[in-house]
Design a protein around this ligand. Structure first.
Ligand code: BTN
Length: 331
């Protein structure tokens, strides 16, 4: 009901919407409409009400609410259910639990703050309250488990597209799971899966976006930045989150149908930050890699591997236990 009210108000723009319209749309009483509008006002939505005219949405709060995200999703969105939290340990942990409990594909978990945000390869994800977008999507793809890493790649494409659309910026992809802007990281993706040999129980794709962060801690300040720091413009986090989910849905459906990332290779390579640049591959953890190799990145292949021309021949680097860095910088 709240999301329906917000959607209708947003669609009306500068026009007032009468209480009767909400009653008819949702099949509820005037009292129910008042109650929901009162809740929205109490929670920071500025809604002008004029007798005999109705309601107009003036502004939305800087806090992310499930109803707000739901109201911004497209009609054919992959997401039907949003769960928003003020503070939780990790949206990936919650999404996995919901998936275990039978949550449907597209269920979205989003939080203002994570107390134990997880990064790739056991790292932590710094989750400054209210500054970033921290969310996870439950998926039940009908693909072979070996193709799951492709979901990270299409998530990266969706992020580039939604950031372009909502933030007027031109980010690039740092294979396999980072989005970069101005040579530094603005997003990370963590895809986790529960599967049998040939069957996927569920996949959770976690997305962390540095949206309005003003600073980063010492360990990551050299490589991390935010959309705000790069563009100088405050990001509407709810809009960015909803746009990312919708964009993800479109890429994911096509990926699931093709059961491979083949349809996206060209697009992906055009957005690859290291394309034709020299990179260093770390096999194992970067700090104590068991082997490193340098070469020139040549894009991804149909398996999602990064093609790197080295002096010893061409390597096809699979994501997983590797890191790839620019030879002369992060990208
Ligand atoms: C990485 O770059 O190492 C991946 C970072 C992924 C962070 C996001 S934030 C939302 C979701 N919940 C988590 O605990 N992690 C992911």
């Amino acid at each position: 009901m709240k999301s329906e009210i917000l959607r209708t108000l947003r669609e009306a723009g500068d026009n007032f919407v009468s209480g009767q319209v909400f009653c008819e749309k949702a099949g509820v009483t005037r009292q129910a409409v008042w109650k929901n509008i009162a809740w929205l006002k109490e929670n920071g939505f500025v809604i002008e009400s004029v007798p005999n005219k109705g309601y107009k949405l003036v502004s939305s709060p800087p806090v992310i609410y499930a109803a707000d995200i739901e109201s911004r999703l497209s009609e054919d969105s992959i997401c039907r259910k949003v769960k928003s939290f003020d503070s939780i340990n990790s949206t990936n942990i919650w999404a996995k639990q919901l998936a275990e409990d039978g949550a449907e594909e597209g269920t979205l978990v989003i939080a203002e703050k994570q107390t134990a945000g997880k990064g790739r390869r056991g790292r932590q994800w710094e989750s400054e309250p209210g500054a970033g977008v921290y969310m996870s999507i439950v998926l039940r793809p009908g693909i072979n488990p070996v193709n799951v890493p492709g979901i990270t790649l299409v998530t990266a494409l969706a992020l580039v597209s939604s950031i372009k659309e909502t933030c007027n910026a031109e980010p690039l992809i740092k294979w396999p799971n980072d989005i970069v802007l101005g040579g530094k990281k603005i997003c990370g993706i963590l895809t986790e899966m529960s599967s049998e040999m040939n069957y996927i129980n569920y996949v959770v794709t976690g997305i962390g976006i540095n949206a309005n962060n003003r600073h980063f801690n010492k360990e990551i300040e050299k490589t991390a930045t935010s959309i705000y720091l790069q563009t100088g413009k405050e990001v509407d986090r709810a809009q960015l989150a909803a746009c990312t989910v919708d964009s993800f849905g479109a890429y994911y459906r096509k990926f699931e149908e093709a059961k491979s990332i083949t349809p996206f290779i060209e697009e992906y390579n055009s957005l690859l930050a290291s394309m034709d640049k020299e990179v260093k591959i770390f096999y194992g953890m970067e700090e104590d890699a068991e082997r490193t190799e340098t070469g020139r990145a040549r894009g991804i292949n149909k398996d999602g591997a990064l093609i790197v021309d080295t002096k010893n021949g061409t390597e096809y680097v699979m994501s997983g236990e590797v890191s790839v860095r620019g030879l002369y910088g992060y990208v």
